[in-house]
Design a protein around this ligand. Sequence first.
Ligand SMILES: C[S@@+](CC[C@H](N)C(=O)[O-])C[C@H]1O[C@@H](n2cnc3c(N)ncnc32)[C@H](O)[C@@H]1O
Length: 356
Amino acid sequence: MEAASDPSGEPRRRRPRYAGTHPRRFAEKYKERDPARYAETVEKVLASGKTPAGTHRPILVREVLEILALSPGDRVVDCTLGNGGHARAVLGRILPGGMLLGLDADPVELPRTVARLRAEGFGPESFQAVRTNHAALPRVLADSGFGPADALLADLGLSSMQIDDPERGFSFKADGPLDMRMHPGRALSAADWLRKVTAPELARALTENSDEPRAERLAQALAGRAFTRTRELADAIRAAFGRGPESERELAVRRVFQAIRIEVNGEFDALESLLRALPGCLAPGGRAVFLTFHSGEDRRVKRAFEAGLRAGVFDGGSGEVIRPSRGEQRENPRSAPAKLRWVRRAVDEARSASEG
Ligand SMILES: C[S@@+](CC[C@H](N)C(=O)[O-])C[C@H]1O[C@@H](n2cnc3c(N)ncnc32)[C@H](O)[C@@H]1O
């Protein structure tokens, strides 16, 4: 910080200079994070195809609503509440008389989302939230007396709030502590996990979780090392990448971060538990929509849905994946990798098994 002389003889401290009209650092984006006061700034950010800091743009909302075919009085579970974008759209269809149960593993963002929805007028008679891993959904439904759902949504992965906040340690674009936990304080941080992991284990994670073609080489260079900051890890990945185009090197950084995040949060175990429990959590005729963002997620959802259709547990769903339109991808580039699949719980299980 600069010091300037003062007639009183005391050194006068200058405020840190504002970095310009287009703040780059998350901490400087205070206007975007206060939409009520700075609506114009938020509009400009949205128009440029970016996500305003501290928010999340829900994906494929129209398609989700069409598939879920909701009516007033329906009971709906949102397994990944996030910023509440899908939840708000669902609440618009199920009131009066309906109830939305929102789950999220993240103790930092969940209270903010709940406070926002409450401020918008959704009281406990129409909206309840539980901070939990969605692997625990059957227990939550039983304990809360919510019972089987008429509709269920799982919009997997991370919210933009989590990705964009360097302090959460998910971002390879901004420096921060190498954490990556959806629930900070639970289990191992990414830094602790990397320090303990062996090269073969890391190579397996890079291949299975993000289809990384240079898995062996990168695992040899990274496993067992003590990184503390996201930038340190990103630079080490770039250094270990070897020869190749810069765009490929940056993709490798993205894939390594994704693979580590999936391990640290046990994302595939949680998804598989949810998929196993899904038929028992839906009422007959109830629909479930899953939004996935990479092949490891989509493969698991596709397999579970196909097995359920063969067994007659489900009696309908999407044959092909549904993707965001070009327009949505242009307006919200983060929607580009999304794939939507859905199924319907069989009304007459015995009949749909014999037909299938
Ligand atoms: C893509 S965001 C959901 C965004 C949300 N649909 C919206 O419109 O704002 C995914 C959310 O799921 C949560 N999440 C991811 N895995 C989870 C799990 N296993 N259990 C509970 N929540 C999870 C993340 O913390 C994150 O908030």
